[in-house]
Unconditional design. Structure first.
Length: 131
């Protein structure tokens, strides 16, 4: 290989490298845009509340365990915090997979935060505590 061939080969590789760099920069910009869009969506939800409901009816009706459901409850509790999560039930639909008492017991197993079981709803719906 002579000097001219080496120079031409290096030039071709440099051009290919620049094209790949441009492609990667465009992909990085696209991903940054997606991340920004997700961030805006999360901020939009920051002023809302979430209901911890439908726990057992979305699982295997015959074989669900608390361990099966915990990851989903953890995502909700981590994302919103217990001050913006309230317990809810899909009763009587939950009876397809568990009794209402079992659903309440499961929710209490998944979070011990009492706010989830009353305080959040009282604040959100502006209810007065029962005396």
């Amino acid at each position: 290989m002579d000097r001219d061939q080496i120079v031409r080969l290096l030039g071709e590789r440099e051009a290919a490298g620049r094209a790949e760099m441009l492609r990667l920069e465009q992909e990085a910009a696209r991903i940054a845009g997606l991340i920004e869009e997700c961030r805006r969506e999360v901020e939009r939800f920051a002023i809302t509340r979430e209901v911890l409901s439908g726990l057992v009816t979305e699982a295997d009706w015959q074989a669900w365990t608390a361990a099966d459901i915990r990851p989903y409850a953890d995502v909700v509790l981590d994302a919103f915090g217990p001050d913006r999560v309230m317990f809810g039930s899909d009763w009587p639909v939950c009876e397809l997979a568990a009794s209402y008492a079992a659903v309440v017991g499961l929710a209490r197993e998944l979070t011990a935060d009492e706010g989830v079981f009353g305080d959040t709803a009282r604040r959100w719906y502006r209810l007065h505590p029962v005396e």
